[in-house]
Design a protein around this ligand. Structure first.
Ligand SMILES: [Zn+2]
Length: 548
């Protein structure tokens, strides 16, 4: 009897680090390989990627990693996987171009086995096949994927919305999705990010009208910030600016790179003569200027944040500027975003971040679109992905409302496989799974104790104790030194901690003073206990023993 198994290494019970494994006998295909962003407790962490142990252990069986689209939560983990195993990676032309650009920064692309597909291609992967089907989302060339197994299709919606007036006029291949439904979908893994939004999401092309209204009343320059990957948004901004007789300058390295790639490959059409360099701006009046900029998430190094602080040399904000906030705050970034917005207001810039007109629309399906996807694919089993538990729970409610009984709805958890036999589905034995933290050093695998230390230092400061001993005679040499950094407590706390330390050391026998580990332990323990009793602070305490 042939088993088919689906296991998510990330992207279920969370939004981010999407990576799902489909297995049948000797064959494995991996759909997406993303990263997620750290929460506020992960100090100094830049990104989080899935633990790839399971893939490394089964590398011989992997027929390919198939990428649905070029968003970081679907591709950002690739360099960390490909550093460990070299397996074929499949992506559409644009997705490949956008992701290769980033891959190259970490790993020489020439060494990799990168293969490009066209939407509609059916790619053999051992005894499995992967069919790629065009679907609309907030980045061009997104594909949903049907993995055909012995028991039917495993259908990945990817991130999607049903946009019937997409900016590039490339429509979702609804016909083919319906046909796959007819052929038999064993399990639907559906985007659930916007499951709490009733109705039908607005089309991306509505944003043009929203932008026009802002342009019409803006007295000076118009700036717009969005995600550097939102190609259609950038195109619409350039078109509207051109219609309004304005020139567009682009600020932000990633945005410029993406625009260049899309321009070169023909995925964006900027009206002739509209784009100018930043240096050409002084030749034009303020009401002839528009600026596209990165920084929509309040990233500290971004041009927008620096402009808001008045520290961006190439462009200063001035009275009469208007900034359109054409993005959505990623949870965790709200504080940095609002601080940026407030600084901009203080400088006389009008920030439009909420509007009755569409200045931003989501790339993810609303409730009725999610139902339409179920209706088209008619899956036997159904499992929401790309969502936190609250999203999965709501989605399950929608599935029930469409007549799905409980035993055909699965709330997937990372690392727990869904196993399909010819007659039923059940939960399998867990596989290696978890999160790997990457800090600015770029070295993956920051351990929990490092995070704990960072947390202690960040919250309560650092205490360094230096003790000189003569191990031969078992005695202290001079007084110990106690230094504190970032520690703030009741008056005299550090002096009292020092006395407590000297008392504790005085109690040690000559025998104890011959053993550096005993001295270290006693000194640290005494200082820690004293400080936490007096102040409830828990600074990181470090002790150095100098033998003289
Ligand atoms: Zn996406």
């Amino acid at each position: 009897m042939s088993l088919v198994q689906v296991v998510a290494l990330g992207g279920v019970g969370e939004i981010g680090k999407n990576c799902t494994v489909v297995e049948q006998d000797d064959d494995i295909v991996v759909i997406d390989c993303g990263l997620s962003f750290p929460n506020e407790e992960m100090l100094g962490i830049d990104i989080v990627v899935p633990d790839f142990t399971y893939l490394v252990e089964n590398k011989e069986r992997i027929r390919g990693v198939f990428i649905t689209h070029a968003h970081e939560d679907h591709v950002g983990g690739l360099p960390y996987l490909l550093n460990q195993i070299n397996v074929p990676v499949y992506a559409s032309e644009l997705t490949m171009a956008l992701m290769s650009n980033k891959l190259e920064e970490k790993i020489p692309v020439k060494q990799l086995d990168l293969r490009t597909f066209k939407p509609g291609d059916v790619i053999p992967a051992g005894k499995l096949t992967v069919e790629t089907i065009r679907i609309t989302h907030s980045i061009p060339e997104t594909c949903c994927m049907a993995v055909s197994t012995k028991h039917g299709h495993i259908f990945f919606t990817a991130d999607f919305k049903f946009d019937f007036t997409p900016v590039d006029h490339k429509l979702t291949n609804i016909t083919r999705i319906g046909e796959i439904g007819q052929e038999g979908v064993l399990c639907l893994l559906s985007d659930s990010t916007n499951v709490d939004r009733p109705g039908w999401g607005p089309s991306e092309s509505l944003v043009a009208d929203g932008l026009k209204k802002v342009f019409a009343t803006a007295p000076g320059r118009v700036l717009l910030t969005t995600f550097a990957s939102n190609i259609h948004r950038m195109q619409q901004f350039c078109e509207v600016a051109g219609e309004m007789g304005r020139k567009v300058a682009v600020v932000g390295r990633r945005m410029e790179q993406n625009l260049d790639i899309c321009n070169r490959l023909g995925y964006i059409k900027i009206p002739k003569g509209v784009k100018i360099n930043l240096d050409e701006m002084p030749q034009y009046a303020d009401n002839q200027i528009a600026v596209l900029t990165t920084g929509s998430q309040g990233e500290p190094m971004s041009a927008l944040v620096q402009m808001s602080k008045g520290t961006y040399g190439r462009l200063q904000i001035r009275q009469g500027d208007t900034l359109i906030y054409s993005a959505r705050p990623i949870p965790g970034n709200e504080g940095a975003i609002w601080r940026t917005v407030n600084r901009l207001f203080r400088q006389g810039c009008n920030v439009v971040y909420q509007s009755a007109d569409h200045i931003h629309v989501s790339g993810h399906a609303y409730q009725e679109e999610l139902k339409m996807m179920v209706n088209l694919t008619r899956p036997y089993y159904i499992a929401p992905v790309h969502g936190e538990p609250r999203h999965q729970h709501l989605y399950n409610g929608i599935a029930k409302g469409m007549g799905y009984p409980d035993h055909r709805i699965f709330t997937m958890e990372a690392g727990i496989p869904l196993v399909f036999t010819e007659t039923e589905a059940h939960v399998g034995a867990p596989v290696a799974c978890g999160r790997v933290l990457v800090d600015s050093s770029g070295t993956p695998g920051v351990p929990d104790e490092v995070l704990r230390d960072r947390h202690n230092v960040a919250n309560d400061g650092l205490v360094v104790i230096t003790i000189a001993v003569d191990p031969e005679h078992g005695e202290l040499v001079g007084d110990p030194i106690l230094q504190a950094k970032g520690l703030h407590g009741p008056e005299g706390l550090v002096d009292q901690a020092f006395s407590f330390l000297t008392d504790a050391l005085a109690n040690l026998s000559p025998e104890d003073l011959r053993d550096t580990s005993i001295i270290k332990h006693e000194a640290q323990d005494a200082v820690r206990r004293f400080i936490s009793k007096r102040s409830s602070l828990r600074p990181l305490v470090l002790t150095t023993i100098v033998e003289v």
